[in-house]
Design a binder for this molecule. Structure first.
Ligand code: SAH
Length: 369
């Protein structure tokens, strides 16, 4: 029986070694190939000139390499932000953003094609869920966004804040993190990785057990169940009390404070009272530490009707209450660098947009363990 080809870019060094040994080749060959792929970024066996032609052919029969196919690349005129729309082998597409900060270069990557979570303000929600990304498809968003830049300008930080819910693709995201941080490859410290979640409680608890040095960021957006459930259907499954309990557990287990994201939406969640409720709920979560809230003026997405709220005023309310609040600087406004907008334009308006259809997307949440 013919064996199915393996996705070589999703394999860790030890996994690749096992496969190469099984082909009857010595272990050092695996190290050579891993280096060609992940350090030299050579994405064709035929270009791995340190391997014999015959071995290259054997590799071609056993493995496939899925290099990134850039469908669109948009350079911002107002800053150094670059946005990529990648085409995947099945015709799907996802977005990646490359952002230049004073401390280094950060990529915002997607973890799924589409999303099941149905947040009302999000550009991806109405388009529904297609599939999980493989570890190599996440990795290639980074390698693709490094292409054409000198080695000194390689991506040194990652935020899992693109399209998708990373904790709903748990295993593949973990494998991606092992790959990007392994010393034989990119060797990127997980201290420079932020994972953002809409609040999948069991997976937050599971992540706590992994003891990874990454930053966990929870998209809160409201501190009352009624408001949060209206904005984020996931809250009906995991209400605020359970979510904040999981954040407290994460802190106890890892010693690392969870940060919170808060999209400020005019008239929905930006009043002084909302700030007061938010502070009262957050202050007890991390004993001895000030909670940190990242405020983002909501990006108005076509069809949602939401407008940016008063982030600076809301920040002042929170600061007075003893919360560390910052307003996130927006980058690449001219290239629609906010998550999901490019893919949405690419796919067009043929996607579910009515309230009823959105609810059917949301019902996907019921299937989450
Ligand atoms: N699913 C994950 C990560 C992807 S979304 C999560 O929910 O955290 C990344 C962040 O962008 C989240 O905080 C999300 O709530 C926020 N977001 C989505 N649409 C937005 C919009 N229109 N304006 C501002 N923030 C938005």
């Amino acid at each position: 029986m013919e064996q199915k080809k393996l996705d070589i870019l999703s394999l860790l060094p030890e996994e690749l070694e096992q496969e190469i040994r099984a082909m009857g080749a010595p272990a050092f060959r695996a190290r050579q190939i891993f280096r060609q792929l992940h350090v030299k970024r050579v994405f064709a066996f035929s270009q791995m000139t340190d391997l014999s032609k015959q071995f290259q052919e054997q590799l071609n029969e056993r493995f496939y390499i899925n290099p990134p196919k850039i469908r669109q690349k948009l350079d911002s005129c107002v800053d150094d932000t670059v946005k990529y729309l990648y085409g995947l082998s099945d015709g799907s597409c996802v977005e990646t953003v490359r952002m230049v900060y004073h401390h280094g270069i950060t990529a915002c990557i997607s973890t799924q094609v589409g999303c099941k979570m149905g947040c009302k303000f999000c550009a991806s929600a109405p388009l529904g869920f297609v599939r999980n990304l493989t570890p190599s498809e996440m990795l290639m968003q980074i390698y693709g966004a490094d292409a054409g830049y000198p080695e000194t300008e390689r991506i040194s930080g990652i935020v899992l804040m693109g399209i998708g819910e990373p904790l709903d693709n748990y295993e593949n995201v973990m494998q991606f993190l092992r790959l990007i941080s392994c010393k034989e490859g990119r060797n990127l410290s997980l201290r420079h990785v932020t994972l953002s979640t809409c609040g999948l409680v069991p997976q937050i608890r599971r992540l706590a057990e992994e003891q990874l040095p990454l930053t966990l960021s929870v998209s809160l957006h409201a501190a009352e169940n009624s408001v949060r459930s209206a904005l984020m259907p996931v809250n009906r499954r995991y209400p605020l009390e359970e979510l904040l309990d999981a954040c407290a557990y994460y802190f106890r287990k890892t010693g690392r404070r969870v940060t919170f994201e808060y999209a400020v939406i005019a008239g929905e969640n930006d009043s002084a009272e909302a700030a007061n409720i938010l502070s009262r709920k957050l202050l007890p979560v991390f004993p001895g530490q000030r909670p940190h809230v990242n405020l983002i003026p909501v990006n108005p997405v076509r069809g949602t009707g939401f407008q940016a709220g008063r982030a600076a005023a809301f920040q002042q309310y929170l600061l007075k209450e003893g919360i560390n609040a910052t307003v996130r600087r927006t980058l690449g406004d001219d290239i629609r660098a906010a998550c999901g907008q490019l893919r949405r334009d690419e796919i067009g308006e043929s996607s579910p947009g009515t309230e009823e259809e959105r609810e059917s997307v949301v019902s996907g949440i019921e299937s989450i363990p």
